[in-house]
Design a protein around this ligand. Structure first.
Ligand SMILES: [Zn+2]
Ligand SMILES: [Zn+2]
Ligand SMILES: [Zn+2]
Length: 505
């Protein structure tokens, strides 16, 4: 008896980076392809168990262009990071079929997964983009059905089989009618296609379900999840863009090119991403310590040993606070606010000079380490005690939001001390400080945020974006909130800053 089958399908990525080719259709965000795939991968890694990922073709926009192989290889490398069985269905844009299959280590035909037969077809496209299913492939299908009647069949191909799509472009296989007859005869449970970018919801014909996966390369960047369980077929579309949230979405934690730990973020591209992925307002919150110090001094933790170092860098004119503030102030708008991520210095004060404190929309305070000791060398109870002392100290210094509470434990390979959830929630409530949900190298515990809500502590959402692929990805944050708060209460519990600089409140 086959068990439940869980598939994730990605279609029509149309990626162009190294290929000597310009995608002629702007709606296809060809340059984003690899990043979109990465976003899907990261979301999939948090989602339910998967039996296989299927790439449904048109991975690149022009597989015949010089350099397209590099682009395909980059997509293959990204997909492999999921660590899940990957099937590939070649599309009409992918160039030589044998090459795309080789790069992904796949072959057309029967793949036996979780008690099902996933049959992929590499239909050959003529230069006018027409394709017909070959008799040999239909024969293979009949054989598979006869050989393993107890293993239901899922058929996968690039071109839609049903319904027939009107218009001049030949979307459907030219012998779709013949294919449908063969699918019915073989008892195919579900037929999945791509190629038609809007996608098509599942429809049954003679006991066979037909669905078409929408294109990933076009907003709102959709992929699909498919579940089969006995006779039940579920096809669920999931956009990367966040929709249907009952509150304005605000990302309270974004880094910039000023961060020494930045990957490829820069404000222009980050703002574009925020818009593309459904975030209404963002705050740039750079590491204040990094704005004062050189990379060597910051990473060496100089400010935790020598509180005067920030002042010295300022006096020597070496700090970057001025340029950061000037550059970011230009961007301030109803959609863009400015903050700083601050820490404790050697004296237990914020890593922020007095004259630099005004005119930020808010301060985000972080406990990135326990001052004076190596966290790793402590017993669990000693680490918990010191963490609480650091948190009490920083929360009392005029913060608005506590960044990634308890992340320090995960970073040092420990479990967060759940016995501190209640006292930290009470502490935040007493000081009117919000708690940040943050998934950047972090796995926050909903039980802590439940305690926060019980004490009326507001919740801020932060991607802590250091790379563009993280910008706007508040989906795990919303998933956490769904576990502890109703949708209608969401606007009430979220920390919201209308953009009034702190000095004016
Ligand atoms: Zn296509
Ligand atoms: Zn950072
Ligand atoms: Zn940060």
């Amino acid at each position: 008896m086959p068990r439940r089958l869980e598939l994730l399908l990605i279609a029509d990525v149309h990626y162009v980076r190294e290929a000597e080719h310009v995608c002629p259709i702007p709606a296809r965000h060809a340059a984003l392809g690899l990043e979109l795939l990465r976003r899907v991968r990261l979301r999939a890694a948090r989602g339910p168990r998967l039996d296989a990922v299927v790439l449904m073709g048109d991975l690149v926009d022009n597989g015949d262009a010089a350099g397209a192989e590099c682009d395909l290889a980059a997509l293959a490398e990204e997909t492999a990071k999921l660590g899940v069985t990957t099937l590939v269905v070649p599309g009409n844009h992918d160039g030589p079929t044998e090459r795309v299959l080789r790069l992904f280590g796949d072959a057309p035909g029967v793949h036996r997964v979780a008690g099902y037969q996933l049959i992929t077809f590499a239909d050959a496209y003529a230069p006018d983009d027409r394709a017909a299913r070959l008799p040999a492939d239909l024969h293979l299908l009949a054989e598979a059905a006869a050989d393993r009647p107890d293993e239901p069949i899922v058929a996968l191909q690039h071109s839609p089989i049903h319904p027939s799509i009107a218009g001049e472009y030949p979307y459907n296989l030219t012998n779709a009618g013949e294919v449908m007859a063969a699918y019915r005869q073989a008892g195919v449970r579900l037929s999945l296609s791509a190629h038609y970018h809007p996608g098509l919801a599942p429809q049954p014909v003679d006991g066979v379900w037909y669905a078409t996966c929408p294109a990933l390369c076009e907003a709102p960047w959709r992929f699909i999840r498919v579940s089969l369980d006995g006779d039940a077929v579920t096809v669920r579309e999931e956009p990367l863009r966040l929709t249907g949230v009952s509150a304005p979405l605000v990302d309270h934690h974004m880094h910039t090119h000023y961060a020494y730990c930045a990957d490829d973020v820069n404000p222009t591209a980050s703002l574009q991403r925020a818009e593309q992925f459904g975030v209404d307002r963002v705050y740039f919150t750079e590491h204040a310590g990094q704005l004062y110090l050189s990379p060597e001094d910051y990473w060496g933790g100089l400010f935790r040993r020598d509180a005067a170092c920030l002042r010295r860098e300022r006096a020597a004119g070496r700090d970057r606070m001025g340029p950061y503030r000037a550059e970011m102030t230009e961007l301030r708008s109803p959609r863009v606010g400015l903050g700083l991520e601050v820490e404790l210095d050697a004296d237990g004060e914020l890593t922020l000079l007095e004259e630099d404190r005004d005119d930020w929309d808010f301060l985000l305070g972080a406990v990135h380490s326990l001052r004076g000791v190596s966290n790793e060398g402590l017993t669990a109870s000693e680490a918990a005690r010191r963490f609480m002392a650091e948190t009490e100290r920083i929360v009392g210094l005029g913060l608005d939001v506590l960044a990634h509470p308890f992340r320090i434990f995960r970073r040092s390979g420990r479990e967060a001390p759940a016995e501190l959830y209640e006292p930290v929630a009470q502490l935040l409530a007493a000081h009117g400080v919000a708690a940040e949900v943050n998934y950047h190298t972090n796995e926050p515990d909903p039980r802590f945020f439940e305690r926060c809500l019980a004490h009326g502590v507001r919740i801020a959402l932060g991607t802590d974006s250091h790379g563009l692929w993280e910008v706007g990805e508040l989906s795990p944050h919303l998933e956490l909130l769904r576990q502890i708060v109703s949708d209608e209460d969401l606007p009430r519990v979220l920390y919201w800053n209308a953009g009034t600089p702190r000095s004016q409140t």
